[in-house]
Design a protein around this ligand. Structure first.
Ligand code: LLP
Length: 463
């Protein structure tokens, strides 16, 4: 691109690596519906609203930083997944993306099931009244206490992840006089096109038992021998933030192949397969995620086809979306504190949160969008790096983003699509107080997870 044609001025192209220059959007005040939750809009004064409430009012009432969750959008996404898969399939929301008692109640009301991966998530689910039979327990190293609690509560399934666990769960179930429904998690050997840390189906990693080499088949053999276990199916989760369906199709193909082998060896047709979560969402306008319906049709087609070829009855399918349900439903609201223009480099805009409320940028090089939301501006676009207030130079919230050049201390910025893996991965680094989650719906806002206080911090520090 010729430097003189550069809409944001010559210096901006220089600071971005070759080939990575994306011109600023035509209108910095526009809100791309792909990255903002459904009820987000600008009011007549130019203030961004969610659920009909302006962000200035929200900031005044709840402070910043804070996550604002669009409840209508959350519920609509639950329904979209449930309707896409229909009554003969199950949708398990992956609680690790974000879990609170209010969320559990919404899931229950919207007819979803829940996947938990720790004792803490299980406790939250049970405390909010999710029926135990609609809960699945995951984890590659569940403790005896976690397994005991899950079996006692009567969870619908425990997903077994190792040879030791097969025996452990059987032993605990036997001791409690119960027969536990279980699935076996397998790795199908798919290279999902996503960040290494969130890809989970290649063989060289800690989750699941590989299909290749026969460990998965051996796990089935062992589980079928134990009376305290009712083996209901096979589980595969190929990774996270995935945009194309081909990885799921390969996984479905290989899992059905195992079902056929199990039928041939044991004369047993396992009735269920779980194809995990992982559907990507739009963090920026460049992302183009698939709709739940597309995923549902693709998975159903491939499973039906493969089963027909293998002479198997079509098993009940389940999926476990986390990010695709909650991710797009929330934004983080920050207040700008300081601004540093480094001539010839870039402008650093510091906000009152950072890596303690969103670790994803630092951890996965995740990309986010950001907008000035407390007002509109006609100032020229300024390439900015939105950074937090932590004592670490990697404390970046949004690496490269255009903000209006007149952005000033006291302005409110919002980072959309922070509903998944932001509050749930939040930390107290630098003794930051983890922000609240506020649910907004029909002109009403209510705290569903309150802001931490210094008393909370000191309560744990026993001196
Ligand atoms: N099922 C299983 C067995 C999983 O391990 C996961 C995610 C899910 C379902 C839900 O995946 P989702 O639909 O949300 O992509 N912290 C990372 C993501 C880690 C995902 C771990 N497992 C991130 O922030 O991108």
């Amino acid at each position: 691109m010729s430097r003189s044609a550069h809409p944001a001025g010559p210096r901006y192209a220089d600071v971005l690596p070759e080939g990575h220059y994306t011109p600023p959007p035509a209108d910095l005040n526009a809100l791309d519906a792909r990255v903002w939750s459904r009820t987000v809009a600008r009011d007549a004064e130019g203030v961004v609203t969610v659920g009909g409430i302006g962000v200035k009012q929200l900031a005044e009432e709840f402070g910043t930083p804070a996550y604002f969750l669009d409840e209508d959008d959350f519920r609509a996404r639950c329904r979209a997944w449930r309707d896409a898969f229909g009554a003969d399939a199950d949708v398990f929301y992956a609680g690790k993306a974000f879990l609170s008692r209010a969320v559990v109640r919404w899931l229950h009301e919207e007819g979803l099931n829940l996947d938990v991966c720790s004792g803490g998530e299980l406790a939250t689910a049970l405390a909010a009244g999710m029926p135990a039979e609609r809960i699945a327990l995951h984890g590659n190293n569940k403790s005896a206490e976690e397994i005991t609690r899950a079996v006692e509560a009567g969870v619908g399934r425990i997903v077994l992840d190792s040879f030791q666990e097969i025996v452990r769960v059987a032993h605990i179930a036997e001791r409690l006089g119960k027969r536990q429904r279980v699935q076996i998690r397998v790795t199908v050997g798919v290279e999902a096109h996503t960040h290494e840390f969130i890809a989970t189906a290649h063989e060289d990693q800690k989750f699941g038992l590989p299909l290749a080499g026969g460990q998965a088949a051996e796990a089935v053999r062992r589980a079928l021998k134990l009376d305290a276990l009712e083996l209901i199916g096979i589980h595969s989760h190929i990774g996270s933030q995935i945009f194309d369906t081909s990885g799921f199709e390969v996984a479905a193909h290989r899992v059905v192949k195992l079902l056929a082998e199990v039928r041939d060896e044991h004369g047993v047709e396992l009735p269920e397969i779980d194809l995990g979560g992982g559907l990507g969402i739009a963090y920026t306008s460049d992302d183009d995620p698939r709709e739940p319906r597309e995923i549902a049709v693709a998975l159903r087609d491939i499973v039906t086809r493969e089963c027909a070829a293998a002479g198997l009855a079509v098993p009940r399918i389940s999926v476990e979306p986390g990010r695709a349900i909650v991710g797009p439903t929330a934004f983080t609201l920050y207040e700008v504190g300081t601004i540093k223009e480094l001539p010839g480099l870039r402008t650093y805009v510091s906000v009152d949160g950072g890596m303690s409320d969103n670790i994803r940028t630092a951890l996965y090089d995740a990309e986010y969008s950001v907008a000035l939301v407390s007002r509109t501006s006609t100032a020229e676009p300024m390439l900015s790096r939105v950074v937090g207030k932590h004592c670490e130079s990697g404390d970046i919230v949004v690496r490269d983003a255009f903000l209006p050049a007149d952005v000033a201390p006291g302005d409110l910025l919002a980072v959309p699509a922070t509903g998944a893996y932001c509050r749930s991965m939040a930390s107290n680094y630098n003794h930051a107080l983890r922000p609240p989650v506020v649910a907004v719906r029909d002109g009403e806002a209510r705290v569903i997870v309150r802001r931490e206080t210094e008393e909370d911090l000191l309560r744990l520090d026993v001196g």
